[in-house]
Write a protein that binds this ligand. Sequence first.
Ligand code: SF4
Length: 161
Amino acid sequence: MLGLWRRIRRLGRIAEPAPEPPSTDRPDAAEQLGGSVQIRHVDAGSCNGCEIEIGAAFGPVHDGERYGARLVASPRHADALIVTGAVTRNMTEPLRRTYEAVPRPRMVVAVGDCARNCGVFASAYGVTGPVSAVVPVDLEVPGCPPRPEAIVAALRTLTGR
Ligand code: SF4
């Protein structure tokens, strides 16, 4: 136990230095959300690559929570959905219902190329379409998968921090 404390003391904080706040073109969103955004994640048909990067975005190195973004367990506690993957047929209705469960004003962030335009799964038999074919999308994060820095930067445009 003492060894662990010594190691923590020696290493200190490992979070990346905070970059400048983003110049947001969404001051309305930042104002509505009051500087923090509670997010429910929905995997609508992802390969799990985007999930790994979202995990990294909220891990100790990139630490998305220090900018006011926080993952929550229920859409009823959320201000926004973060959706990954091309929307599969089986996830079309659950995504729609999850969106309906988020209190207004609500936002949707499509993370990854699959969520934006179906990516490598375009025209697959089990795919309904991109996220925007099922629920309205407010913000897109391109990449396959997007880097955690890009995910954090996108969420900072919502919190304005
Ligand atoms: S964008 Fe790439 S990493 Fe993300 S779900 Fe699609 S294939 Fe996987």
